[in-house]
Ligand binder design. Structure first.
Ligand SMILES: Nc1ncnc2c1ncn2[C@@H]1O[C@H](COP(=O)(O)OP(=O)(O)OP(=O)(O)O)[C@@H](O)[C@H]1O
Ligand SMILES: [Mg+2]
Length: 382
């Protein structure tokens, strides 16, 4: 699978690149296609092509510049697994793990803080730039970094390598992946039950890991899983921009977060939410993947109508595969159908936890994979 793209310097050519790039499919796409790359990104990384766009950020390929070992070491997490583009690099990096080489590939997520600042008076803007970062986007970025750092270091979570600020942007360095899971499935739809189970278990294991560390993702969807790793097809959870720490027992998180089709009933009914909201969102993501339509989809689309359907719960999802489904070319097994139904349990107290759902998945696993699944069950992060 081709993951690496050609690198270009930081000059005017990136603006053209940014505007030519198709934004990845988003429920509510970002209006902005403006280039946000700081003129001099850092002494450590050289920025390459635009590889993805979300509502809040642009993501660029990057490579490590030579002669910058100090900053590299200081911004790289212990578990950092930068992607090497050749076997030669792999050999050298296993001998000397953090030896800087221009062949190591990263991705840099860049969040433009200027819009926040433009809303303010010039005095407030200056104050914000020089000292406190009280604007909404920078608060969000700070939280994202804090929580991502906490959960990084798991095979099914995209590795966080460090972050820095440049020219009113926040830059987050991470392992480079190939593409999002939704992009991969649109090119290479599911054709076997075995592949479906593997992908589902990797998606779920990522969620179970972040929950175990007390983090709720709150934006689980196909665009927020990337595929990468050694095979180029390891599924990894990314984008912790809406994540939050689980509150104390007995209390709930508040507000509406994430993508409308994947929002849980309890969130839309303003009952408060916890880690089970991610389990619902995974169910909605899988439903769309297997059946080609959202679980609650109004005849005439509007965001409000969809929210209303999710709140009411009728008509219930039909579990009928659309012939036009682009991400899957198989009829899910009865077991898989039951599994997805279970994730979409409307009453959140009755919905399984991610940990419990991992156990349920064992029943869908072929005997040859049973051993692997049981090991995961004993040690979900193993
Ligand atoms: N490490 C990476 N390797 C390859 N592509 C990536 C990487 N990180 C992100 N992308 C691409 O960029 C897209 C946007 O990234 P991300 O989801 O982090 O941004 P966002 O603005 O926070 O998104 P959202 O709109 O979901 O809030 C991803 O869907 C993916 O296509
Ligand atoms: Mg995203």
């Amino acid at each position: 699978m081709g993951c690496s793209g050609s690198m270009i310097g930081i000059d005017g050519s990136e603006r053209a690149c940014a505007s030519e790039m198709e934004p990845n499919s988003q429920w509510e796409p970002s209006e902005s296609s403006e280039n946000v790359v700081p003129k001099k990104l850092s002494v450590t990384y050289e920025c390459g092509e635009l590889i993805g766009k979300g509502a809040f950020a642009q993501v660029y390929a990057a490579k490590l510049l030579e002669n910058s070992p100090e900053e590299y070491v200081s911004t790289t997490s212990k578990q950092g697994t930068p992607r090497s583009s050749s076997s030669k690099d792999k050999r050298s990096s296993s001998k000397d793990k953090w030896k800087p080489t221009t062949e190591i590939e990263f991705a840099i997520k860049i969040i433009d803080l200027r819009e926040d600042l433009e809303d303010r008076t010039p005095r407030a803007r200056d104050a914000s730039l020089s000292s406190t970062k009280s604007s909404k986007k920078s608060d969000r970025a700070e939280k994202e970094i804090e929580l991502w750092k906490k959960v990084s270091g798991h095979p099914h979570v995209v590795t966080f390598n460090g972050a820095f600020e440049r020219d009113q942007t926040v830059c987050m360095v991470m392992e480079r992946c190939c593409e999002s899971l939704s992009q991969m499935l649109r090119c290479k739809p599911l054709r076997t039950q075995e592949r479906a189970v593997t992908i589902v278990s990797e998606m779920l294991t990522g969620i179970a890991h972040v929950h175990r560390l007390g983090v709720v993702h709150r934006d689980v969807k196909g665009d927020n899983y990337l595929v990468g790793g050694d095979t180029g097809e390891v599924v990894k959870l990314c984008d912790f921009g809406l994540s939050a720490m689980l509150p104390e027992k007995g209390t709930r998180l508040r507000g509406l977060h994430g993508s409308t089709p994947n929002m849980s009933p309890e969130m839309l009914l303003h009952k408060g939410h916890d880690d089970r909201t991610d389990v619902w969102s995974l169910g909605a993501t899988l439903y769309e993947t297997f059946y080609g339509v959202h679980p609650y989809e109004p005849d005439i689309f509007s965001t409000q109508a969809m929210k209303e359907l999710i709140r009411k719960g009728t008509p219930a999802p039909k579990f009928i595969v659309r012939s036009a489904c682009k991400t899957s070319k198989l009829k899910p097994s009865r077991g898989m159908e039951r599994f997805v139904k279970n994730l979409l349990t409307r009453e959140h107290l009755l919905r399984p936890s991610a940990k419990k759902a991992v156990k349920n998945l064992v029943h869908l696993t072929s005997p040859s994979k049973l051993h692997w699944a049981l090991r995961k069950q004993r040690d979900p992060d193993g």
